[in-house]
Design a protein around this ligand. Sequence first.
Ligand SMILES: Cc1cc2nc3c(=O)[nH]c(=O)nc-3n(C[C@H](O)[C@H](O)[C@H](O)COP(=O)(O)O)c2cc1C
Length: 188
Amino acid sequence: MSSKAYDKQDFPVANVRRFLEPGPIVLVSSAYKGETNIMTMGWHMIMEFEPSLVGCYIWSENYSRELVSKSRACVINIPTADMAAKVVGIGNCSGRETDKFAKFGLTAVAASKVAAPMISECFANFECQLHDASLIDKYSLFVWEVVKGHVARSPRYPRTLHYRGDGVFMISGSNTRRYRRLFKPEML
Ligand SMILES: Cc1cc2nc3c(=O)[nH]c(=O)nc-3n(C[C@H](O)[C@H](O)[C@H](O)COP(=O)(O)O)c2cc1C
């Protein structure tokens, strides 16, 4: 189960929506006091561009919830379709009993602004700091500010995983610019 590591460049955090708007399944990595972990996540949404805000549902029973709550930070990593088996495996076990980096053969690399590690084999990594904790108790909704982005230089449009529920993934397919001229410039 080996996946390749990408050569990445800085990415403007205000444009994080280019990757998160189509709703790919992501891996959330976290760290607190020497413990690191990864969880699979489908429930997230773009909330603002500047500052770059992303809302995420993180269930109270997840070990990740403990780590991100205490550290007030995480990294949102974008896996590609070839990582599907790992993505499911990571979502099917808990970091309370398992070192998921070791078990799934993933490489933790230091982030620049948060203690949580980035997953090298993922196409993109977005470093996040907790922006608003007011909806956590009621909705398990963490509002993150993306403070640093790292995105692979190529391909421009990676094949990403999108979960449809009931064990079915959609894998992103072709892209078209055919409708671009119909957009108002401010909506691009
Ligand atoms: C495809 C998929 C999507 C998931 N989406 C979410 C999600 O949006 N929020 C969440 O809290 N858990 C989600 N899960 C479940 C967590 O990934 C799972 O509970 C994980 O094992 C938690 O790990 P932890 O205890 O190490 O934090 C998802 C799992 C899968 C397989």
